[in-house]
Design a protein around this ligand. Structure first.
Ligand SMILES: *Cc1c(COP(=O)(O)O)cnc(C)c1O
Length: 467
C-alpha cells in the first residue's frame, strides 16, 4: 500500500539546508544523532511578519514570546535581541529570560504559580499575570514594593471551560483586592489566553474584557493593557489537497473500505461507528493553511460587536489600550527540525515494513498526538520504488512507533540515511521528551545561513549579537 504523500511545508532557509546533503551529514557527524536543529533567522522572519501586521493594526502593542514552546536558549536570546518581551511560566524560564538579557519590565510570568515562582517574580521585579485570587492575595502579602499585575480572566460565553484565570463572575472580588492593595499591586490590565484559533471566539473575549476594563475604571483603577494571549497557528503542510486525500484514505482504511493505513487498533481520535468515522482526529492542527500573521490581521480588523462595527484594533487604539500578544508556536513555526538516522529496515509479522530510527516517539511528538506530515528521508540510494512504511522508535516498547500510520517514501532507505522531522520546534521536542532506556536527550544546535553557507552553533552558545 503506497498512501498519498503529505509533504511538509518548509521555510526556504530550512529547505536550502536540507538540500545541502553535506551540511546535514556534517551536522550529524559533529553533534551525533538524533539532533534538534533550530533556525533563529526563521524566528526573526516570523516576528517580522507579526510586527508588520501589528504596525498596521492601529493599536499600540507588545509581543511577548511564550518561552514554554521550546527550551532553546537561541530562541530566547533572539527574542531579547529583537527587543520584544517574554512570557515565562517557571522559575527556570524566568532565569533563562534574565540570562538572555530581558530587562524585568519586558518579562511577564504567566500560568499557575506556586509560592516559589511568585517570590522569584517579586525578587526579579517582573510583571505577574495573576491566574487566581490566591495569587493576588499572596502578591499583596509578599510584595515589599509595588508589583505590576495583569488579571487573567476566563469563562467567556462561547469558550470552552478553562482551568486557568479568574471566572468572570468572580472578577469583582479580584477588583476588591486590587483596590484594597493598590499601593502594592499596580494593575496594568486584563488578560486571557484561549486554546483555540477561532477569531470569532477571541473577538467575543475582547468584548467582555473591554466591559471589565470599564468596570475597573468605575472602581478607580486605571488599566491600560488588554492581553489577548497566544494561539496563533502554524502551517505544517505544503499541500492541503494531499493532506485531505491522506485523511480520506486513512478513514477508508479504518472503516474497512480500503487498505488499512493504521497500526493495530489506532483510530487517531476518530470514533468509528455505523460505517462512519465520527469526530475530529487528534492531528487536526496539521490541516491549517492560514499563516499566523493572517490570523492576527483577521483579529485586528474584525468588527467588534457593540462598538459601531469599528475594527478591534481601532477600538483598542481609541481607548488608549495597549494590546499584548503572547505568541509561542507562531514565532517558532518552521524554525526547528529534528534529524535522526535509519538503523535498519525490517518486516513485521503483519507484513508491514518498519523503518527503525535511533530516536523515540517522545523526541518528536507527544504520545497522544499523531503527526500528519511525512518525515523526509534523505536516502543516498533509495532501493525499490515508492513504498509505504511505518517509522519505529528505538525503545523496547510496543507503543514506541513514531508513526502509527503508513507513510509514503520514495524508496527504502539504508542504515545511516538521515530522516528529518519537519517543524518540531513548537511543543514537539521538549514537552514530552524523556530519557527512557537511558538514551540521552538529543543535542540542540542553532543553524545560521551566513555568507552563502550554513554555520552550526550549540544552542547554549548562540549569541544573536555575535552574528
Ligand atoms: C502556552 C501559552 C501561550 C502560547 O500559546 P501558543 O498557542 O503557543 O501561541 C501564551 N500565553 C499563555 C498564557 C500560555 O499558557
Amino acid at each position: 500500500m503506497t498512501p498519498p504523500a503529505v509533504p511538509a511545508a518548509l521555510h526556504p532557509l530550512v529547505a536550502a539546508f536540507l538540500g545541502d546533503r553535506d551540511a546535514v551529514r556534517a551536522a550529524l557527524h559533529r553533534f551525533g544523532s538524533p539532533l534538534h536543529l533550530v533556525f533563529p533567522q526563521v524566528f526573526e522572519a516570523n516576528l517580522a511578519a507579526l510586527r508588520a501586521v501589528s504596525d498596521a493594526g492601529a493599536a499600540r502593542y507588545r509581543i511577548c514570546y511564550a518561552h514554554k514552546v521550546n527550551n532553546s536558549a537561541a530562541f530566547v536570546r533572539t527574542a531579547a535581541g529583537a527587543g520584544i518581551a517574554v512570557d515565562v511560566s517557571s522559575v527556570q524560564e524566568l532565569r533563562s529570560a534574565l540570562a538572555a538579557g530581558f530587562p524585568p519590565d519586558r518579562i511577564e510570568v504567566t500560568g499557575p504559580k506556586g509560592g516559589g515562582l511568585l517570590r522569584a517574580a517579586l525578587a526579579a521585579g517582573v510583571t505577574v499575570n495573576a491566574d487566581n485570587l490566591w495569587e493576588l492575595e499572596q502578591l499583596a502579602e509578599l510584595a515589599t514594593t509595588n508589583v505590576a499585575v495583569l488579571l487573567r480572566v476566563s469563562g467567556f460565553a462561547g469558550s470552552a471551560t478553562s482551568r486557568f484565570g479568574v471566572d468572570l463572575s468572580e472578577v469583582d472580588r479580584a477588583f476588591d483586592l486590587l483596590v484594597r492593595h493598590r499601593e502594592r499591586l499596580r494593575f496594568l490590565g486584563v488578560a486571557f489566553h484561549l486554546d483555540t484559533a477561532a477569531t470569532a471566539e477571541r473577538v467575543l473575549a475582547v468584548g467582555d474584557c473591554l466591559d471589565l476594563i470599564e468596570r475597573a475604571y468605575a472602581r478607580d483603577l486605571a488599566p491600560t493593557v488588554l492581553d489577548v494571549g497566544g494561539g496563533l497557528r502554524q502551517v505544517f503542510t505544503a499541500d492541503a489537497a494531499n493532506y485531505d486525500a491522506y485523511d480520506a484514505a486513512l478513514r477508508a482504511g479504518l472503516l474497512g473500505h480500503g487498505e488499512a493505513m493504521h497500526w493495530g487498533a489506532n483510530t487517531f481520535g476518530y470514533h468509528v461507528a455505523d460505517g462512519i468515522a465520527h469526530g475530529s482526529p487528534v492531528f487536526h492542527k496539521y490541516a491549517n493553511t492560514e499563516p499566523a500573521a493572517a490570523i492576527l490581521a483577521e483579529l485586528l480588523t474584525a468588527p467588534l460587536p457593540g462598538h459601531g462595527g469599528r475594527a478591534l484594533g481601532t477600538v483598542l487604539a481609541d481607548n488608549l489600550l495597549e494590546m499584548w500578544l503572547e505568541p509561542g508556536k507562531a514565532l517558532v513555526d518552521q524554525a526547528g527540525i529534528t534529524v535522526a538516522q535509519v538503523e535498519f529496515v525490517k518486516r513485521a509479522g503483519n507484513g508491514a515494513r518498519l523503518v527503525h530510527l535511533d530516536l523515540s516517539r517522545d523526541t518528536v511528538t507527544a504520545a497522544d498526538q499523531e503527526v500528519l506530515i511525512d518525515p523526509i528521508v534523505l536516502a543516498e540510494r533509495p532501493e525499490s520504488g515508492a513504498v509505504g512504511v511505518y517509522f519505529a522508535g528505538h525503545l523496547c516498547l510496543e507503543r514506541d512507533l513514531i508513526t502509527q500510520r503508513v507513510v509514503r517514501i520514495a524508496g527504502l532507505p539504508a542504515p545511516g540515511d538521515p530522516v528529518v522531522f519537519a517543524n518540531t520546534a513548537a511543543y514537539h521536542t521538549d514537552l514530552s521528551a524523556a530519557q527512557a532506556g537511558m538514551h540521552p536527550l538529543p543535542a540542540k544546535v542553532a543553524v545560521l545561513h551566513h555568507d552563502g553557507g550554513f554555520v552550526l552553533c550549540p544552542d547554549g552558545d548562540y549569541r544573536p549579537e555575535a552574528r
